[in-house]
Design a protein around this ligand. Structure first.
Ligand code: AMP
Ligand code: ZN
Length: 113
């Protein structure tokens, strides 16, 4: 998707603080962090929302979740605790329409909305 900001980050066209990359996903710091640790994990493939993956992407989604846990460990929040979430579509608070996991931690998080 030529006009997608996260595709541009994945393609290296827009800079980001990338902490993990492989052939199918990358992880980078959120530009407007909500906590001391706030990392976004995205597939390289443009999938707009969580409604879009099909059965062929189930493995990818699982590996993204596992990667979130590994990054939490690297960032030192695995034991203190963290949250992994996906916002989907406007009522879910999604602003960037390229599927991403938020990994948020490093402080006591409030209850879910
Ligand atoms: P969401 O509301 O779930 O779509 O979250 C989008 C997230 O992307 C927000 O937390 C933004 O701060 C973050 N974001 C937007 N643009 C950038 C960017 N260029 N680099 C890193 N994070 C970004
Ligand atoms: Zn995209």
């Amino acid at each position: 998707m030529s006009d997608c900001i996260f595709c541009k980050i994945a393609g290296g066209e827009i800079p980001a603080k990338v902490s993990y990359r492989d052939e199918e996903m990358i992880a980078f710091d959120d530009i407007s962090p909500k906590a001391p640790v706030h990392v976004l994990i995205i597939p390289r493939e443009h999938l707009a929302t969580l409604n879009d993956p099909g059965p062929e992407q189930e493995g990818l989604l699982g590996r993204m979740m596992t990667r979130a846990a590994l990054i939490a460990k690297e960032r030192g929040v695995a034991e203190s605790g963290y949250r992994v979430l996906v916002n989907c579509n406007p009522d879910g608070g999604q602003e960037v329409f390229h599927l991403h996991l938020h990994l948020i931690g490093g402080r006591k998080l409030g209850p879910m909305a």
